[in-house]
Design a protein around this ligand. Structure first.
Ligand code: ADP
Length: 534
């Protein structure tokens, strides 16, 4: 065997041993070294059967006879490795003859049967484990045949350039057909229980009855994820049980690479009805609490509100009286009376606006999701505070740049946060008898699609020991405080997908501010990993 042959043989994983006519080893590849544990130098020149203590299934003479007659022999032999380990090796022998027909050598390819058996056993165990998992787990699993959908998508893309998202949105019939063409290959036992269906009625059937029309958007989103070659897709959605009852579900769709050829997908379903109900109850409790806090805050602001409403009312009275005087003259001055009347209308509108805002604050209702211009919201909140600020000898600075991105959320609740933070600032400055009393309301766009609102004061600042507890429920340092204000602010901000924090300013005073994501955030249609949601 020349050098080239040897290096090629080293690429073969099997143990390749070449022996001459007398049974002496003349070739020994890396696979043989790995299998038997002898280095090439140790093996070359030795009798193969002595070296490896081979025990054959037949007598050596019989095997030799068959080998020479057939030119080949194949069978299982027992051997000993260099370290004494007993090996079972599947060997294939081939005789190579010289031109004159004399035996030149015998090439043997050996494979460790123990290793193979181990691999098969391990594979079976793994398979068994996954089978057990598949059947015994508390989640429902569906192995679905997706090939029909794949064909539909191929036809769609072959027909010409198309934006799948827009196409799915415009063609609900296509989605319905895709859902109906998806068939059940296998499900686990939990699925039968969760969906109230018998295995016989499910395997081979379409998933159509289990996928209600209202959830077609989630199916579309999963298709988008598949088209984008994502490895999986997760979403909350509502499916249907066999009896038509809704099932609130956390859905995971995976496209395992091994399944690609078979065109199947693995879908997991976790029943989250209870969690969803608990979440709704929690959201309602939070909304109720926020409402109660708003009403309490309005109570604290009564003087401010009365003053705000009184001002235009007083102006109306003054202007009305003056108007009457102009009209009561010997020669009534209609022009003056018109001017005064116009002012009265404007003042009455102002009073009506204030009352409408207060009514909104006092209203209880489902949290809303509407586009909000943050600087407008902050400016409106400031109007609640006008008298409160004056009454405490403070001044207000508004730093509200135009052009901030919109935020989606509940306007009244976010306004409540701003008013609350500003009230805290005023109370802190008054309690500390601060000489300089200034509240700054500042809005800014941060990178990464965030909008920030800060309320800064020139008060005593927050004691270091209080900082970690500031947002805890019932934490207060005020004798008449409830300690719920900041805790409610935090739950409102977090429900908007944001965060709230407090820090001290270097030369006295505190900044309490929050950050919320810009754009369309949160809400019931929130989908983890949903490419259609962004
Ligand atoms: P309450 O106003 O009822 O005390 P909050 O949750 O609104 O409840 O506030 C909790 C505590 O946080 C206050 O008692 C006060 O000690 C502290 N705090 C809040 N805002 C400020 C501020 N701007 N400066 C100093 N301390 C503050």
């Amino acid at each position: 065997m020349d050098r080239d042959d040897a290096s090629i043989l080293d690429m073969v994983e099997d143990g390749v041993v070449v022996r001459d006519a007398r049974g002496r080893v003349v070739g020994w590849n890396a696979g043989a070294q790995a299998l038997y544990g002898f280095a090439r130098d140790e093996a070359l020149g030795r009798s193969i059967h002595d070296l490896l203590g081979t025990r054959h299934p037949l007598t050596v003479a019989e095997i030799e006879r068959r080998l020479l007659a057939d030119g080949a022999w194949e069978g299982e032999v027992a051997r000993l490795a260099a370290d004494g380990r007993a090996l079972r090796v599947q060997v294939r022998w081939r005789v190579r003859r010289a031109a004159d027909g004399a035996v030149r050598d015998v090439v043997e390819i050996g494979r460790d049967l123990g290793g193979l058996e181990r691999e098969v056993r391990e594979a079976l165990e793994t398979e068994h484990r996954y089978r057990n998992l598949f059947h015994a787990t508390a989640a429902s699993f569906w192995d679905l045949d997706f090939s029909g959908v794949r064909r539909m998508l191929e036809d769609l893309f072959n027909a010409g350039p198309v934006d799948p998202r827009a196409y799915f949105a415009a063609n609900p019939d296509f989605l319905r057909a895709a859902i109906d063409s998806t068939r059940v290959v296998d499900v686990n036992d939990k699925t039968l229980e969760m969906f109230g269906v018998a295995r016989g009625d499910l395997v081979g059937a379409s998933i159509g009855p289990f996928w209600p029309e209202a959830s077609q958007g989630v199916f579309a989103a999963s298709l988008m994820a598949a088209i984008a070659n994502r490895p999986n897709f997760v979403a909350e959605t509502v499916l249907s049980r066999a009896d038509g009852a809704p099932l609130e579900a956390l859905l995971t769709v995976a496209w395992p690479t091994q399944n690609k050829g078979r065109g199947t997908v693995l879908v997991g379903v976790i029943d989250i009805s209870e969690q969803a109900a608990a979440r709704r109850a929690l959201e309602k409790a939070q909304a109720d609490l926020a409402h109660a806090a708003r009403v309490a805050m309005l109570g604290e602001l009564t003087a401010s509100i009365a003053h705000e409403v009184n001002q235009p009312l007083a102006a109306i009275v003054t202007n009305g009286e003056a108007g009457l005087r102009w009209l009561g003259r010997a020669e009534p001055d209609v022009g003056e009376a018109r001017v005064l009347n116009t002012r009265m209308v404007a003042d009455a509108r102002r009073a009506a606006d204030i009352i409408a805002r207060i009514r909104q604050m006092a209203q209880r209702g489902e949290p809303r999701r509407e586009p909000i211009v943050i600087p407008e919201l902050v400016a409106e909140a400031a109007q609640f505070l006008g008298h409160e600020i004056q009454g405490r000898g403070a001044s207000l600075v508004l730093d509200l740049p135009p052009g901030l991105p919109l935020v989606t959320g509940d306007r009244t609740q976010l306004q409540q946060v701003v008013v609350n933070l500003a009230m805290n600032a005023l109370q802190a400055m008054a309690a500390a008898d601060s000489v300089r009393r200034q509240v700054t309301l500042r809005a800014a766009a941060l990178g990464e699609g965030l909008v920030r609102v800060d309320v800064e004061d020139t008060g005593p600042g927050i004691p270091a020991a209080a900082l970690p507890h500031l947002f805890d429920s019932f934490f207060t340092t005020r004798a008449t405080g409830m300690g719920m204000g900041l805790s409610i602010c935090r739950s409102i901000v977090e429900a908007h997908g944001g965060s709230i924090e407090a820090r001290n300013v270097q030369d006295g005073g505190a900044i309490v501010g929050f950050t919320v994501p810009a754009g369309d955030v949160g809400g019931d249609d929130r989908l983890a990993g949903d490419p259609c949601a962004s």
